[in-house]
Design a protein around this ligand. Structure first.
Ligand code: BES
Ligand code: ZN
Ligand code: ZN
Length: 483
């Protein structure tokens, strides 16, 4: 699907169909050529409403305001509305006089995100028929924007959405295919980009480094673990941002086995890993002025004679001992060691992303990422970017009482809390034990267990993986690069 900018008028650009946003509730705007038909159809001009009127070859899409996220939604819904037709080319205006760049970026994101289909395992692949979308700089009003500004906005929006779709694809691939080795191969592919390198470390490396918590989680799996380390290092780097992702290619729960209904979807337990990979690719394609690292702890959590057990005590890379009381709290064990490894590279900012706890989904619902850390400034700047990107996030606050719940009578800490409440925060506080003092204020923990994987489509997100966390972080880096 090609998206292009044209400096011609919308009315003068030929296409199979035009997309018109209906912002005005009473359908009186002069761009609306089918008022009577729309009234007959009961069109309410609400978000997520779209209808194709054949007479004038127009797709009318409800758009409650020209906020970026409503634009994304409207563009995605326009594509959905015509997916069964044979329409191949589309045109749309920019709906802006002041800052068309923002609308163009949101349009590109909406079209690209909305066009994603997961059909790797379907015999009859649903063909996506749209070949070309032309965004016309002049719709019915004259817009003062240069082709260069418009094309830049298109490039940024398209890139952000394309790497989000890459994360979705990696996550949606089944655990039999997307093994730690396969995930490492996905990462190695990125090394062909300018300024990007990728190293993949094996079990022997983890043993040498004393990453015993990570190794314990891997023990019962037939697939060896991989520690994946991607680096994008441009010449003009102003800061070093290190991302760490939980890459559980499958989480059966281990000996603390998950009940069957909770095990389904656990292929998505690699969502943090896929997200950090996609973020690194986005940063490289957008040539952002940061040195970005993506470190992924890739393994399965399985059962077997060699499985690690509740009652085991593990010594993590930083020397701290952990009493295992539940083998299903495995993500934090992998992350503990990966965070230790990450800090060897002296980050200016350290961000981990993980589908870490069901408790986070209980606390915030399925749509929202839990944001934790010690620096209020960092948390609020990320949340600001999240909201611009169309992702939802909320702070889950640490406190010293919850921290005490991780005490163990046999080791330095337990891998689970002694209380059934506050599980997302106690998981974050567990990770805090592996953050060195000098990095406390540089660290953020993002629990994406809720939004990473959808069993029902919402907004412009299809059923399945959503690529949660990718857009908010790229928006955030873009904002930071302007400071
Ligand atoms: N991968 C799960 C968390 C999860 C749950 C992700 C639901 C996505 C959707 C994690 O490894 C896990 O099992 N956590 C346990 C922790 C508990 C044993 C303290 C949980 O949330 O139940
Ligand atoms: Zn688990
Ligand atoms: Zn898990």
């Amino acid at each position: 699907m090609l998206i292009e900018i044209s400096n011609k008028k919308l009315q003068d650009t030929p296409s199979d169909a035009k997309i018109i946003f209906v912002i005005d509730k009473n359908l009186s705007h002069r761009w609306i050529e089918d008022k009577e038909e729309l009234e007959l159809l009961g069109f309410k001009s609400e978000n997520e409403e779209a209808t194709f009127i054949n007479t004038h070859k127009i797709i009318y899409v409800g758009c409650e305001s020209l906020e970026a996220d409503n634009i994304r939604l409207a563009c995605a819904k326009a594509l959905e509305c015509i997916k069964k037709t044979n329409i191949k080319t589309l045109t749309i205006g920019t709906y802006s006089h002041n800052c068309p760049g923002i609308n163009i970026k949101a349009m590109a994101e909406g079209f690209v995100l909305g066009s994603y289909v997961f059909n790797a395992y379907k015999t009859n692949k649903e063909a996506f028929k749209i070949e070309k979308i032309t965004i016309c700089l002049e719709d019915y009003e004259q817009v003062d924007v240069s082709m260069q500004t418009a094309n830049k906005a298109l490039h940024v929006g398209k890139t952000i959405a394309e790497v989000t779709n890459l994360a979705k694809e990696i996550i949606n691939i089944t655990p039999q295919d997307m093994t730690p080795l396969a995930l490492a191969n996905e990462a190695l592919k990125l090394a062909s980009l300018p300024n990007v390198t990728c190293k993949v470390m094996d079990k022997e490396f983890l043993e040498e480094k004393g990453m015993n918590a990570f190794l314990a989680v891997n023990r019962a799996s037939v697939h060896p673990p991989k520690l994946i380390h991607l680096i994008y290092k441009p010449e003009n780097a102003i800061k070093k941002i290190i991302y760490v992702g939980k890459g559980l290619t499958y989480d059966s729960g281990g000996l603390s086995l998950k009940p069957s209904e909770h095990m389904v979807t656990m292929k998505a337990d690699k969502s943090g890993g896929a997200a950090v990979l996609a973020i690194l690719k986005g940063a490289a394609l957008l040539e952002l002025p940061f040195e970005v690292h993506a470190i992924i702890g890739a393994t399965e959590n399985m059962i077997g004679g060699d499985a690690y057990k509740p009652d085991d005590v593990l010594k993590a890379k930083n020397g701290k001992t952990i009493e295992v009381r539940n083998t299903d709290a495995e993500g934090r064990l992998v992350l503990a060691d990966c965070l230790g490894y990450a800090q060897e590279f002296k980050p200016d900012l350290l961000i981990d992303m993980a589908t870490l706890t069901g408790a986070c989904v209980v606390a915030l619902g399925e749509f929202t990422t839990g944001v934790m850390g010690h620096s209020d400034e960092l948390k609020s700047s990320l949340l600001g970017a999240a909201s611009k990107s169309g992702e939802l996030g909320a702070v889950l606050p640490f406190n010293k009482y919850l921290k005490k719940l991780l005490k163990s009578s046999v080791a330095d800490m337990s891998n689970i809390s002694s209380s059934r409440y506050g599980g997302a925060i106690t998981a974050g506080l567990f990770l805090d034990n592996f953050i060195d003092d000098e990095n406390k204020d540089k660290w953020l923990h993002l629990d994406i267990a809720g939004p990473a994987y959808l069993e029902k489509a919402w907004g412009y997100n299809q059923c399945g993986a959503s690529g949660a966390g990718v857009r908010m972080n790229l928006y955030w880096m873009i904002e930071e690069s302007k400071k």
